[in-house]
Structures are given as C-alpha cells and as structure tokens.
Design a binder for this molecule. Structure first.
Ligand code: DHB
Length: 708
C-alpha cells in the first residue's frame, strides 16, 4: 500500500471530540438502532509507554474498537490497535514506516472460549508478550477479540466470522491507518492457532459471506498475508480419528480437570485413568478410520514421495512424523540439550540416528479419552462449539452421533462443520489462501495428534504455499515460546529488516498445561482466571511500568521503580560460554533478576565460579571466587519462579571477594533476587543480548561491558 492519507486525516480528525470506546460521536447517535461506524478515527487514542529492557517504547493505543456495524456482543467483537509513536513523526523503525509496516494480528483465543483483544504487556509465562515485541520492532499491532462457545451467540462459526470481520475493518481503513493491510500476519495458539490457520486458509471465501453480512462487516476483503499458528487444535471433524491413530494401544491417560472450588477459585488437577474395555473398542474403531482419510489427502513429502498409511496404521506418513521427531531431537542435541535420559533415542557421533516411535509416544502420553474432540457423552468443549443457541452441545462426527451415550443427541449441520475446517478451503476456487505459513507443534504436546498439524502443513506445502513447519523439542501445549524466531521469520516473509529494538529474553511460554476443553480454557483470555498464570500480571494503565529509571547500560545500580512492583516469572534461555542453559529468573521492568545461588550454579563450571554465603539477619550476600567445578549442573536452579509475584525493593549488601558492590535487589516471596546486569558487572563477566535470536549470552572469558 503506497502513499497513505492517514497523516492528513489525523490533523483533520483531531478537531473532533470523540469518545475512546470505539463508538464515534457520529455512531453514538445511531447506536440505538444498533449501528456502529466503521471508520477508523486517528485521533481517538491514548498515548502509552512501555519499557523493554530499559528502553521506552511510545505508542498510540486505539482500544475497544467495535469492528462490525451490528455487533452481537460488544465485549468481544472489538479490536485493540497499537501504533508506534515514531510513525506519527515520520520516522522509520528498521525498514518499516507508517506506510509499509506489516500489521501483526495476534488473537488471545483459548479453548474456543470468548476472547477479548490482547494488549502489549507481559505474556503468561512472564516476559514481554508478542504484541509488545511487535511494537518494538515496528509492527502495527491489531488484536481482535472474538465470540466463543460458552455464549449462545458464540457457537461455530462465530469466532472465525469475527476474525474475518476484524480483518475487513483493517482492510477497509487501510488508507487512513498506519500499517499495510496487505501484510496482515495472524498469530494464535491452540484454538487461537486453529482460528489463525482457518483465517489464513479461507480468505475471501463466499461461504462466510452471509454471516459477515448479518454482522455488518466492512465492505472489504478478508484474506491475509501470513499465518503463525502454534499447536492448532483444528481439523476437528477428523481429530478424533487422528488422536486414536496416534494413541491407540496407550490405555492410560493423564488429563487435566478444571473445576471451581467453593470460593470460585479455579482448581486444576491432573486425573490419571485407564481406558475401559468400551473405550478401547472406541479407540480401535476410530483409529481404523484414519488411514482412509489420510490417504484421501494425497500428501507428499518435500521430495514428492507419497505419504500414506496402511490399514493397520503403519506406513510412510507415520515414518514421516517419526522423522520430524528425530529432526527435533537433533536440533535439541545441537543446542546442547542433554538427551541421555531418553533411552528411546539413539545417538551416534552427535547424530540422532533413531527414535523408537512407540516409546516416544509412551513418553508423550495420552491426555484425552477416545472421542477426544467429539465425545460420545457430548462432554468435550468442541461439542459445545458445535452447539447452537438452543442446543448447547452437538456431535460433529457420524461415529460419535451413531455411538452417542446421550439420548436425543443431534449432529451439527454439515455447513457449520465445513466452515470450521481449514482443510476444506486451502487453494480452493474463490479462496485466497495466505501465501506464508509458520506452524509449530511441540513434541510434548498431546492435546491433539501430531498428524493434525502435519496434514495442514503438508497440504499447504504440496499446494505451493511457503510453509515453515517444525516440532520444537519437548515443548508442551503452548505458544509464543520462540518469539525471536517468529519475528525473524516474519521479517523474512514481510521483507523487513529484523529488530532494531532491544528486548529482554524470558521464557515466553504460554504453556496451558494441557488444558482440557471439558473444563474450559487456556486461561489466556475470556473467562476469569485467577490461577495466577500471569495474565493478570501486566500492570494496568500503561502496558508495562512507565517512568522506569532503570538504565540497562548504567554502571551503577539504579533506584528501583517503586517500593513494590510486579515481577513476572520466566526461565531465561541463556548461553553460558556458548553452552545453552536455563536460569530461573524474574523480569521486572524489562530486566532480569536471579538469585545469587542460581547464578553460582550456572557459572560453577566456568573460570568465574563463585560460592555464596548469605546472612539473612543482616541481609548481606558474600560472593567468593572459587575454582571451576567440573560437574556441570547448569540446569539445576534452586528457585522456581512459576508465576507473577509481588516484588518489594530490598536492601542487599552484596560483596564480591570482600569488596562492596552495588546491586539492585528485590524480595520476591521471601527470596532475594538480584539484578543480573549488576551481578555481571560486579563479577566482571560479559552479558549481552542478541535481539534477533532473543538469546541472553554470558561470556565469562571476556570482561563486563556496559553495552548490550
Ligand atoms: C484448547 C485445548 C484443547 O485440548 C482443545 O481440545 C481445544 C482448545 C486450547 O488450549 O485452546
């Protein structure tokens, strides 16, 4: 999109007075008749700032914009749009500017539940979320909310219709909004990953038109440029069969049940069980049906070899999935991961030569019982997704309907089932499928069969789309855990230079712990979640702490932001003298805080090894140089931050070899955490940050340097 008129519009529209809730003054008068104005109002924003590793990001926030003329639910059919402030000053960020910046389109949908739009801040696992990192890297961020299955108005296909309507809003307003609506990059995890994929697969297809017309969606196209999809829980009408094809013969399961206690606190507990004889029969039936479907797809590997399954479930498609697991293990090994405890992996001369696939599956473990998505008793979340306003739950596979244990059960209508499956739309006539795809599914994810993401990726690849598909090693059901790689990929497809912003590393995992749809949600959005898994942790108002006085390159420790603040948990992925390790850490205002003990453990095999003596009575922490220990237990940390916590400023008297040093300290849940950069300076080790790979490097062989 060339030469925008948005700047001129800004000057003009700033003369109008408009409320900030997305309803324009003009529209407010028509709200009584249920009509919202779909024009983007450049002047209806609030100015916000966020701090990333000591750097201030200024941006304009346009929040809660109703993106359809006739919304059904204004809690969810809204979008938050964020624009870097530099774009209003005619500046560029990297190679992006107000005209050409791609639009990052992250949804926060989990469990097919209703979801509010996301905003820049902390991710669930601690650390900065994708929206904030996108802003720092010059993307315009547009996060859509969408209706979900628990509302009578949120049944399928509501959520995909909503996402399409949000895309249409952006395309409709392209000439007046910063960013390029021809470069929309969608991102989502799990159900959100499924909807991200469906959005990309089905661009402009007329099947959705009646629903979009009913909502009063903007008159514009809804195809997008790129899809990022983590663990897509998709292809739902085949997912029962795929699950049993994978797990048939594994008769024990471990599922997470979510309930609410008498105080309305969400309780999560893992329930172990063994399949009954009836369930084993269902598993046998379902798994026997999968090869015919798989073979009907005519999938091929990158060399053009057919990927098929024999009726007993063996065959080249299974071998292909095994090869993906082997490739994943190889990457882990190359990155220094210790795989020696996995007896089912054969390693010879640094090469993973085999993975015993059955033993790998046993290690992975079954999470769901047969009828994993279309449950015979209608208890799965997906049954509720396919319900209607009058019938809360329905079947969506013939087998489950035929074997239903619920009297009077009914099937969802065929068109609704079709509308929810991206496999029905890829490259079909009248459809503009997104050209670029990045799909990730962890090797420790058993929320759906690996076959589901593999079939999606292969079908796209076979039809000529640009697909980056991989199984990250040992990653459970989660998303946004590799944002450095995601943003590098995005810059690659969108033709931009990556990342000129410095962002802190942290475990970005939004692990949902293998959430069972029966209970509810991923905790990312929508429904209340007081589990403390960080989605409540972002300080309100501005997305992260404003006015931070923490300077990343300062040589002395600086005053903490306030007496108490929120620390977000994360495990920083670090390289210590080029060896990968993890370091338990908290993130406060963009800086990492660790315990002295954990850092001592991490550095014990290096030339900067030290011991720690702490006196809790006086608050003194003495670090004493010692010789390197040959036993490396660099992955063992004594502290285990798992969730956000209150952090109070602490007075720690820290000495290194008897000499007093300045180290900023916080007390978090009774433990003293020290600023990693201050410790690096005090110990004279080099600490650097690679923004592209989001990798924190500690190099003990070179001295401290203030520069990042
Ligand atoms: C999600 C998880 C599931 O196991 C499922 O069946 C559907 C959605 C989720 O985390 O979004």
């Amino acid at each position: 999109m060339n030469s925008k008129k948005w700047f001129a519009t800004l000057v003009m529209s700033s003369m109008l007075v408009m409320p900030l809730n997305g309803i324009t003054a003009e529209a407010a008068s028509t709200t009584a008749t249920g009509s919202y104005n779909l024009d983007f109002h450049t002047a209806s924003y609030t100015e916000k700032t966020a701090t990333l590793d000591g750097k201030t990001i200024k941006y304009r926030a346009y929040e809660k914009i109703v993106y359809v003329k006739h919304p059904v639910d204004t809690q969810y059919e809204i979008m938050n749009i964020y624009v870097p402030e530099q774009y209003y000053e005619g500046q560029s960020i990297g190679s992006y500017n107000a005209d050409n910046a791609p639009i990052f389109f992250p949804n926060a949908i989990g469990g097919y539940m209703p979801a509010e739009p996301d905003s820049p801040g902390q991710g669930m696992g601690g650390g900065d979320n994708a929206a904030l990192i996108a802003l720092a890297n010059g993307y315009v961020v547009a996060s859509p909310g969408a209706r979900g299955r628990t509302a009578t108005t949120g049944k399928a296909p509501a959520a995909i219709v909503d996402l399409k309507a949000a895309v249409r809003y952006l395309r409709y307003n392209d000439s007046v909004m910063p960013g390029d609506a021809d470069k929309i990059i969608s991102n989502g995890t799990s159900a959100g990953g499924a909807l991200s994929a469906l959005l990309g697969a089905s661009g402009n297809n007329a099947d959705y038109e009646p629903y979009l017309t009913e909502l009063g969606a903007a008159d514009a196209k809804d195809d997008i440029f790129a899809v990022s999809s983590y663990t897509p829980i998709t292809n739902l009408d085949q997912a029962n069969d795929a699950y049993e094809w994978q797990f048939n013969g594994i008769n024990t399961y471990s599922k997470l049940e979510i309930s609410t206690d008498t105080d309305y606190h969400i309780q999560r507990k893992t329930v172990q069980g063994t399949l009954t004889a009836d369930q084993i029969q269902v598993s046998n039936d379902l798994s026997a049906m999968f090869p015919a479907y798989l073979n009907s797809l005519n999938l091929k590997d990158a060399d053009g070899n057919a990927l098929t399954l024999n009726s007993d479930g063996t065959g080249s498609f299974r071998d292909y999935i095994q090869s993906l697991v082997i490739a994943s293990a190889q990457r882990a090994l190359d990155n220094g991961t210790d795989l020696s405890d996995k007896s089912w992996i054969t390693i010879s001369n640094g090469k993973v030569t085999d993975v015993n696939y059955d033993q790998y599956l046993a290690y992975l473990g079954r999470m769901k019982t047969p009828g994993a998505f279309d449950a015979l008793d209608l208890s799965a979340g997906e049954n509720q997704l396919f319900g209607t306003a009058t019938t809360d739950t329905k079947h969506f596979t013939q087998y489950a309907q035929d074997h239903s244990t619920v009297e009077g059960s009914s099937m969802a209508d065929a068109q609704t089932i079709k509308l929810m499956n991206p496999m029905n739309y890829i490259s079909t006539s009248g459809t503009d499928t997104a050209p670029n795809w990045r799909i990730r599914f962890g090797t420790k994810d058993s929320d759906t069969s690996t076959a589901v993401s593999a079939m999606l990726a292969l079908d796209l690849q076979n039809k000529g789309y640009n697909v980056d598909y991989a199984l990250p090693w040992d990653v459970p059901h989660s998303g946004d855990y590799d944002l450095g790689e995601l943003f590098t990929w995005m810059a690659g497809v969108a033709g931009g230079s990556t990342v000129n912003a410095t962002v802190p590393v942290a475990d970005q995992s939004t692990t949902t712990g293998g959430m069972n749809m029966g209970g509810g949600m991923t905790g990312k959005a929508g429904a209340p979640d007081d589990s403390g898994t960080d989605n409540t942790s972002a300080p309100s108002g501005t997305s992260t702490t404003t006015g931070s006085t923490t300077s990343p390159s300062s040589n002395t420790s600086t005053a903490p932001i306030s007496a108490t603040t929120t620390a977000t948990a994360g495990k920083a992925t670090v390289k210590i003298n080029s060896k990968t390790a993890t370091l338990a850490s908290y993130n406060i205002a963009g800086s990492h805080y660790v315990t002295a003990d954990d850092l001592a453990t991490a550095l014990q095999a290096t030339d900067k090894a030290f011991t720690v003596a702490a006196d809790s009575a006086t608050g003194s922490i003495s670090l004493t140089s010692t010789t390197a220990s040959s036993v490396s237990t660099s992955n063992t940390t004594s502290s285990n931050p798992t969730r956000s916590a209150k952090a109070s400023t602490a007075k720690a008297s820290v000495t290194v070899d008897g000499k007093q040093v300045q180290v900023t300290a916080y007390t978090i849940q009774g433990t003293t955490y020290l600023k990693l950069r201050d410790l690096a300076q005090a110990l004279d080790v080099n600490l650097s940050w690679q923004s592209v790979t989001r990798q924190l490097n500690i190099d003990t062989t070179t001295g401290y340097s203030a520069e990042q």
